[in-house]
Write a protein that binds this ligand. Structure first.
Ligand SMILES: [Zn+2]
Length: 292
């Protein structure tokens, strides 16, 4: 009898698991794509998942990241409202599904460009169709000439993941940082995918050091940003890490450390709560220790 109910439970679980793609599609049914103009022909689209950068002009449409698969139709409509078409070129800032979910659809007619490690990590997800994979990959950087601008794709090593790229529109003076910037929130740092807190910090420093001080910044998540927002994010990450590490050294538990973080608790939002951030710092410290 017991075995029978276990079997029934297993069958029910299978049904639930099988229906998950449907549930995931419904999750985005009410999502609207909003468009914000950044410069003359550069835009930021927001819906669910990572912010999309758009270049729309005489050469056609180029997009940076493409959110979730089921939003592809709505994203395409938003691009058409800008006078554009389906994207000729799709850039992926990194491999996470909330930035590459639309690849399968847009890759049918456009060329996807990304860092080598994005292709490798997408290839490892064997359920993806070939159209979801980058056709052009690079190790350090590549330049794309489009709509009268020069787009420098620059690899940011081992920060958010091991395959992140920032996209610098040199003429428009706009930078898409992907998930190397969560504007106004604590970041997710994907340690199992080759990310590290040290790398994340040094990438933020690189942006502040090398980019024009008046550049407009499209973050992976959160509202349109600037260099001051990048500097603020760097300061919060460094401060909170220092507090968490000294709490760990004093033998405090997570609740005690959270107390020490005081007002920084407000930076724990959505996916990355303050507890999750403490967990990331702890795991990163353990990883650093293992490397020594
Ligand atoms: Zn990400």
């Amino acid at each position: 009898m017991k075995i029978f109910s276990t079997l029934r439970l297993t069958a029910l679980t299978s049904v639930l698991l099988a229906s998950q793609p449907l549930a995931a599609a419904d999750r985005f049914a009410d999502v609207n794509i909003t468009t914000q103009q950044v410069t003359e022909n550069v835009y930021m689209l927001q819906g669910a998942g990572g912010n999309i950068g758009v270049s729309s002009g005489t050469d056609g449409t180029l997009i940076i990241d493409d959110q979730f698969a089921s939003l592809a139709g709505k994203i395409e409509s938003a691009l058409r409202e800008l006078g554009g078409d389906r994207p000729r070129i799709v850039l992926n800032t990194h491999y996470h599904g909330d930035h590459t979910g639309g690849n399968a659809e847009f890759g049918r007619t456009g060329v996807i460009v990304a860092h080598n490690n994005v292709r490798a990590r997408l290839l490892a997800q064997d359920e993806l169709p070939p159209s979801a994979l980058p056709l052009v990959t690079y190790t350090e950087s590549v330049t794309i000439h489009f709509n009268g601008d020069e787009l420098a794709l620059i690899h940011l090593p081992q920060g958010h993941t091991d395959g992140d790229t920032m996209v610098w529109f040199k003429k428009a003076n706009v930078l898409h940082m992907g998930d190397q910037l969560f504007n106004g929130a604590l970041p997710y740092i994907d340690l199992p995918s080759g990310g590290s807190v040290d790398g994340y910090i040094s990438n933020l420093r690189q942006v502040i050091r090398n980019m024009p001080s008046d550049i407009k910044v499209i973050p992976g998540h959160g509202p349109l940003a600037d260099i001051a927002a990048v500097a603020r994010s760097l300061q919060v990450i460094e401060d909170t890490r220092r507090i968490v590490v000294s709490g760990m050294e004093a033998g405090k538990d997570s609740a005690g450390i959270a107390e020490d973080l005081g007002d920084y608790a407000d930076w724990g939002q959505g996916f990355i709560s303050i507890d999750r951030w403490i967990g990331i710092i702890k795991a990163d410290q353990a990883q650093r220790g293992a490397l020594k």
